[in-house]
Design a protein around this ligand. Structure first.
Ligand SMILES: [Zn+2]
Length: 452
């Protein structure tokens, strides 16, 4: 969410927040600080003086940021990453600042340009639609890996507005995840630099036609679509590729209101597609508040918390989790290891035709490689294991957990020596009637991991 802060707004916000001030604790009470790895799927790479010099205090905690340079602002967020075991941050802002963030945080950061509305220092509300060519170059060169946060609501542009169409088309073509701002904004936004802001454009259900037109679009709705509860549930029930983040609402709303909203989403069986985010802008203490909002939710099991903190985002981003998990959470790749992407678009074995086959080939250089693994992201729309995998004609068993009836799942399978060879290799997926294939299967991601 964009925060456009005016001093006079402070009193308005105060009434909004007073009810949660009492239950807020200054230090989040995490039992095991390092227990859950966390992906912050929604934060911002913002200039330290975006909203003023000195920066305004966090309206909930009253704490004023201490950073007085971009460098200090980035360092302050990194300190929170370390404190809360945030293994990956996904953030947006103006391109220059995103690049600066990336240079500091390196492999723990994925960036995107925030558009069309954004604030540049000091308190200048701007509107700019990046050129499609510019975006294409930034994505194809790997400099950016996310589209958005798209702040179209602030510009008076609804999710189904034709103005957004070429951006969605580009994201679908390049397989780039999209973060769309939905829900609400700072109170009084139409009077404060965003005259075209409309609450009605925050309704996630307005995405429906976009999803029908772009079925492969990987999109998440920011801020959980709050307060559009039924429309958010409606959209996500019907379109199972859609994810959401719970950023901003986890620290701006009263704890009671946030928990009530989250619990309704969980009751609607959306727990596998809810992702943790902070919407951290210039207030690093928002990170701890956001974490605590999940940790204190007594209606969540530890497994559900883990999904929200890490697993759901890892699946949505199709991460090679071994790069982000260490110790008991997974094996770290050796620093000089590499991954080879085998496919860049979905392999579909659907509609069901037993015996249907897809083969992909790829080249490998195995000099110095000590061990290998294959990472498969698959999506089965029912509970039947009906796909077999062959690497260079040798059967490699797909583990049972890749069969998931709600969402794509990623597994890493260690390979025996000799299965992969120097030069050309093939992987075949067979939609097998022998294992009772009934509906179909999609392979969404396929990578070879080479450990040196
Ligand atoms: Zn937002």
């Amino acid at each position: 969410m964009k925060k456009f802060i005016h001093i006079f707004l402070a009193s308005f916000f105060l009434t909004f927040i007073v009810s949660c001030a009492n239950e807020k604790t200054s230090k989040p009470n995490r039992q095991n600080m390092k227990s859950h790895p966390i992906i912050d799927i929604h934060m911002h790479a913002f200039q330290w003086n975006k909203y003023g010099d000195p920066p305004p205090p966090n309206l909930i905690t009253g704490k004023r940021p201490t950073a007085r340079s971009n460098n200090e602002a980035i360092e302050a967020y990194i300190a929170e990453m370390d404190r809360y075991n945030i293994v990956l941050a996904v953030g947006s802002g103006q391109l220059e600042m995103v690049k600066e963030m990336k240079a500091h945080v390196l492999n723990r950061f994925i960036g995107g340009i925030e558009f069309p509305k954004y604030t540049s220092p000091v308190n200048k509300r701007m509107e700019k639609w990046p050129s499609l060519n510019e975006l294409r170059i930034l994505y194809e060169s790997g400099q950016l890996k996310i589209m958005g946060e798209i702040t179209a609501q602030y510009a008076g542009v609804a999710p189904n507005d034709p103005k957004l169409e070429p951006y969605f088309a580009l994201a679908e073509e390049l397989d780039i995840p999209v973060c769309l701002h939905t829900g609400f904004g700072p109170p009084m936004s139409p009077y404060m630099g965003d005259p075209n802001f409309r609450m009605r454009h925050g309704n996630p259900l307005l995405l429906e036609d976009v999803l029908v037109k772009h079925p492969r679009l990987r999109i998440y709705i920011a801020h959980g679509g709050y307060p559009n509860l039924s429309e958010t549930i409606a959209l996500m029930l019907m379109y199972r590729q859609v994810y959401m983040d719970i950023s901003a609402i986890n620290w701006l709303l009263t704890r009671e209101e946030f928990h009530a909203y989250l619990q309704r989403l969980m009751q609607a069986r959306l727990g596998k597609r809810i992702m943790f985010g902070t919407d951290q802008m210039i207030w690093p203490d928002a990170v701890g508040m956001s974490v605590d909002a999940i940790e204190s939710a007594t209606f969540l099991t530890e497994a559900q918390k883990r999904d929200i903190f890490f697993e759901n985002a890892a699946r949505f981003l199709r991460l090679d989790t071994s790069k982000y998990l260490t110790g008991s959470f997974g094996k770290s790749l050796a620093p000089d290891s590499e991954t080879v992407k085998v496919i860049s678009s979905e392999l579909r074995l659907r509609p069901a035709t037993p015996g249907d086959k897809r083969t992909v080939s790829f080249n490998l250089k195995l000099t110095g490689v000590k061990s290998t693994a294959v990472q498969v992201t698959g999506f089965d729309i029912d509970g039947v294991t009906e796909t077999e995998m062959f690497i260079n004609d040798q059967k490699v068993k797909l583990p049972a957990e890749i069969v998931a009836d709600m969402a794509p799942k990623t597994v890493i399978i260690e390979l025996k020596k000799g299965i992969l060879k120097e030069g050309e290799n093939t992987i075949t997926f067979l939609f097998a009637d022998s294992v009772g294939g009934t509906t179909g299967f999609s392979i969404l991601g396929l990578k070879i991991m080479l450990r040196k």
